[in-house]
Design a protein around this ligand. Structure first.
Ligand SMILES: Cc1cc2nc3c(=O)[nH]c(=O)nc-3n(C[C@H](O)[C@H](O)[C@H](O)COP(=O)(O)OP(=O)(O)OC[C@H]3O[C@@H](n4cnc5c(N)ncnc54)[C@H](O)[C@@H]3O)c2cc1C
Length: 596
C-alpha cells in the first residue's frame, strides 16, 4: 500500500519564504491577526488527519467502489468513508475557510487550499464528497438570498450537509446552452424541476444528512441557448423554514457510472421528477452564478492533480531507492549489493525529477493564485480586488489544464518507475494514474480551458491582463538583472516572456482572419504560458534557495537542483510547442471529413 507524508516543509517554503503570504494576508481586514505559526499548526494537524485517517482507505475504497440500491436509490460508499467523514466534521475541517457569520473559522482560502492538497494526496475520491461543498457554499454566499444563506450556509459550513453541481445532461456537457431540464414556477414561489442529469459527482451518498444540489434548468419562457439558463437549489430533503429536514424531494440517483478511476466517489445519474427547488440569483442568469462554483472547482481540480503528483512522487522515490536492478553504466554504486538501486539510472531520475518539479511548480502557482482569490474577496481596496480578480481569472484555466496535464504525465512516470509492479493494484500506483485522468476531462475539458485562456482571457481583452502579469515577471527579471548567480534562471525566463508576447500577437492577427486559428493553437499556447508561469515561480524559488544555500540545510540544495532540472529538461518543451502553435489551422483542416 502506498504511504504518504504531508509535505509541510515544502508548503512552508512556498508560503513563508517565497511568497511571504503572511505579510500579504495581514493587509486584508479579515486576516489582520494571522501569523505563520497559526497557518503551520493548522496544516500540521490537517496533515495528520490526511495521512492517518484518509490515506488508509484510499486503496480499499478504489477496490470496493460505491453500491446503489435501486429500490431505495440510496448509495453506500466504501467501508470507512462515513466514519472518516464524521471525524472530518468533528475536527471542524469543513469550516476552515468559511465565514464566521455562518459558523466558519474564517481562515484564508489559501490555508484550505493547502489542506486540500494533502486530502487529495491521501484520497481524491473521498475528498470529492466534502470538496464540492466548498463550491456550493461560495456560490450561495455570493448569489443566495438572505433566507437561502440562513438555511443552507451553516450546514454546508459545518459539513452536516454536502453540495453538488448538476450541470451535465446526456446530450450536453461542454455546450450547456443545450440543456433541457425544466423548471416550472409554482404559486408559492418555488419551482418544480424535471429532467435528467448525468455524471453528478457525490450526487448520492450516506455521509451527510442532506445533499444540496445546485441545478441548472430552464424556465418555460426562457430564451434558447446559454442566455436561458437559471440556477436552483434542489435539496435531497426539503428544508423547513426553521432549518429542519422535511420530506424527501423528487431528486434521486437512478444509476451509478462504472468508470476508469475515482471508483470510491459516486458518479450519479440523477433523475429530477418534479423536484422542488428555489431559484438562486436572477432568472436566465444562472450560468453566471454557477461560474462562482465552477471557478472554485477548476482550482480544486488543479489541486487534485497536485496532490496525486506529490503522493505518486513520494512513493516512486522510496521504491527507486529500494529496488535493485542492473549496475550503473559508470560502474557499481552499491558494490556490496547484488545490483544497484534503480535511482542511480539517469532515466529513472528523469522520471522522478519530472514529477517532483511538476509538484513544486504547481504548489507555488496554486498558492500564488489562491492568494489572489483571497485578495479578490477580502481586500478593502477596490482596485486591488479588481486586479486580483483579473489575475485569478487569467490563471484559473492554466491551473486547471497545465497542472492536470502534468499530473497525468507525472503519475504515469511514477508508475513506470515501479516497472511491472506499477501496473499491479496492490502497489497503488496504477490507481494514481487512473484517478489523475479524469482531472483533464471534468470541470470543462482541458481543450475548453485553453480556448478560455487564449480566446477570452488573453485575446478577449487585447492581452491586457497577461501584460499586467508579464510586468510582474519583468520587474523580477529587472531586479535580478545584475545577480550573476540568477542568470541561468533569468535569461531563459526573459527569453520565453519575449516569445510569448510575439506568439500572442501573431495568434491575435491570425484570429482576425479566421477564428478557427484560435482553436488550432490554444492547447499548445496554454502549455507555453503554463511553462512561463512555472519558470517565473521556479526562478523565485531558486533565488531564495541561493540566498539560503550557505546555511548548509540540504533542503535548499534540493530546491536548486529541482529548479535547474526544470530549466534544463522541462522548459525547453516550449520551443516545439511554439512551433506547433504557429503551424496553425491548415494541417488540421486540409483533410475532408469523409477521408477520416
Ligand atoms: C467522473 C466524472 C465526474 C463528473 N462530475 C460532474 C459533476 O459533478 N457535475 C457535472 O455537471 N458534470 C460532471 N461531469 C461531466 C463533465 O464535466 C463533462 O464530461 C465534461 O465537461 C465534458 O462534457 P462531455 O462529456 O459532454 O463531452 P463533450 O462536450 O461531448 O466533448 C467531447 C469532446 O469534444 C471536445 N469539444 C467540445 N466542444 C469543443 C470545442 N468548442 N472546441 C474544441 N473541442 C471541443 C471536448 O474537449 C471533448 O474532448 C463529470 C464527468 C465525469 C466523467
Amino acid at each position: 500500500m502506498p504511504s504518504y507524508t504531508p509535505p509541510l516543509r515544502d508548503m512552508q517554503f512556498v508560503l513563508h519564504e517565497v511568497l511571504n503570504v503572511v505579510d500579504e494576508l495581514k493587509m486584508l481586514p479579515p486576516y489582520a491577526d494571522i501569523d505563520a505559526d497559526t497557518i503551520n499548526a493548522v496544516l500540521e494537524e490537517g496533515g495528520k488527519f490526511c495521512a492517518e485517517v484518509i490515506a488508509p482507505i484510499n486503496l480499499s475504497g478504489d477496490k470496493e467502489g460505491c453500491q446503489l440500491d435501486k429500490t431505495t436509490h440510496e448509495v453506500t460508499t466504501p467501508k470507512g468513508f462515513k466514519e472518516a467523514y464524521q471525524t472530518y466534521i468533528d475536527g471542524g475541517w469543513a469550516a476552515l475557510a468559511c465565514d464566521p457569520a455562518y459558523g466558519g473559522q474564517g481562515l484564508p482560502l489559501l490555508v484550505n487550499q493547502c489542506f486540500y492538497e494533502m486530502l487529495n494526496s491521501a484520497n481524491q475520491a473521498w475528498t470529492m464528497y466534502p470538496g464540492l461543498s466548498h463550491g456550493a457554499y461560495e456560490c450561495l454566499h455570493a448569489h443566495g438570498t438572505d433566507e437561502q444563506k440562513k438555511l443552507y450556509l451553516p450546514k454546508l459550513t459545518n459539513g452536516q450537509w454536502t453540495g453538488t453541481m448538476c450541470l451535465t445532461e446526456p446530450h450536453c456537457g461542454t455546450d450547456l446552452g443545450m440543456l433541457r431540464t425544466k423548471a416550472e414556477p409554482q404559486a408559492d414561489g418555488t419551482y418544480k424541476i424535471t429532467g435528467q442529469k448525468i455524471f453528478i459527482s457525490a450526487g448520492e451518498h450516506q455521509l451527510a444528512e442532506n445533499i444540496v444540489h445546485l441545478v441548472l434548468a430552464r424556465l418555460p419562457d426562457a430564451p434558447a441557448g446559454s442566455k436561458g439558463i437559471s440556477l436552483f437549489i434542489v435539496p435531497k430533503f426539503n428544508v423547513n423554514a426553521d432549518g429542519s429536514l422535511g420530506e424527501r424531494n423528487g431528486i434521486f440517483c437512478s444509476g451509478l457510472e462504472h468508470k476508469m478511476g475515482i471508483h470510491a466517489n459516486s458518479t450519479c445519474q440523477m433523475t429530477l421528477d418534479g423536484a422542488i427547488g428555489t431559484m438562486v440569483g436572477q432568472p436566465n442568469k444562472g450560468l453566471a452564478a454557477m461560474f462562482v462554483m465552477m471557478n472554485t472547482a477548476r482550482l480544486g481540480v488543479g489541486n487534485q492533480s497536485l496532490g496525486l503528483t506529490e503522493v505518486a512522487y513520494q512513493n516512486a522515490v522510496a521504491y527507486a531507492k529500494d529496488r535493485l536492478q542492473m549496475r550503473s553504466l559508470s560502474g557499481p554504486k552499491a558494490p556490496d549489493k547484488p545490483a544497484d538501486p534503480i535511482i542511480v539510472h539517469p532515466d529513472v531520475r528523469k522520471m522522478l525529477l519530472t514529477a517532483r518539479a511538476y509538484a513544486e511548480g504547481a504548489r507555488a502557482l496554486q498558492a500564488y493564485t489562491v492568494l489572489q482569490a483571497d485578495k479578490s474577496i477580502s481586500s478593502d481596496d477596490e482596485d486591488e480586488r479588481k486586479e486580483a480578480e483579473a489575475e485569478l481569472a487569467l490563471l484559473t484555466p492554466i491551473i486547471k489544464a497545465f497542472i492536470t496535464d502534468n499530473g497525468w504525465i507525472a503519475t504515469s512516470h511514477c508508475m513506470q518507475v515501479y516497472g511491472g509492479h506499477g501496473f499491479i493494484h496492490e502497489w497503488g500506483m496504477e490507481q494514481f494514474v487512473r484517478d489523475a485522468r479524469i482531472n483533464m476531462i471534468y470541470e470543462g475539458t482541458n481543450t475548453i480551458q485553453s480556448l478560455d485562456l487564449l480566446g477570452r482571457k488573453v485575446l478577449g481583452n487585447n492581452g491586457a491582463t497577461l501584460k499586467k502579469f508579464g510586468k510582474k515577471i519583468a520587474a523580477f527579471i529587472e531586479e535580478e538583472g545584475t545577480n550573476e548567480a540568477m542568470q541561468e534562471f533569468i535569461n531563459p525566463l526573459a527569453d520565453l516572456g519575449d516569445k510569448v508576447n510575439k506568439l500572442t500577437q501573431e495568434l491575435g492577427m491570425k484570429a482576425f482572419g479566421n477564428p478557427d486559428e484560435v482553436g488550432a493553437a490554444a492547447v499548445d499556447y496554454l502549455r507555453v504560458v503554463g511553462h512561463m508561469t512555472f519558470a517565473y515561480f521556479f526562478a523565485r524559488m531558486a533565488k531564495v534557495a541561493l540566498e539560503k544555500e550557505g546555511s548548509g540545510d540540504p533542503f535548499y540544495r534540493a530546491k536548486l537542483a529541482t529548479a535547474r532540472f526544470y530549466f534544463a529538461k522541462l522548459l525547453p518543451e516550449t520551443a516545439s510547442l511554439i512551433r506547433t502553435a504557429r503551424a496553425g489551422l491548415k494541417p488540421l483542416m486540409e483533410m475532408d471529413e469523409a477521408l477520416f
